[in-house]
Write a protein that binds this ligand. Structure first.
Ligand SMILES: [Zn+2]
Length: 68
């Protein structure tokens, strides 16, 4: 089974509506997380707490990259 784990805080994605925390395929795990607000940046997965929208570059970026 696969989980989608945040590269920012290390938290695993949990689908609270359906009670899932692991999927049979890695891409299913990622798809479920992305539908719930997670995103991929440079090949890493981030939960909604760990990325920001950068209006200057029109891109999402991990929060840990700058001020903390
Ligand atoms: Zn996170």
């Amino acid at each position: 089974m696969y989980q989608c784990v945040c590269d920012g805080c290390g938290k695993a994605y949990v689908d609270e509506d359906r009670g899932f925390c692991a999927w049979a395929d890695e891409s299913y795990a990622a798809d479920a997380a992305y539908e719930d607000g997670w995103t991929e940046i440079d090949g890493k997965d981030y939960c909604p707490d760990c990325y920001d929208y950068d209006e200057e570059t029109d891109e999402y970026k991990p929060k840990s990259d700058d001020k903390q």
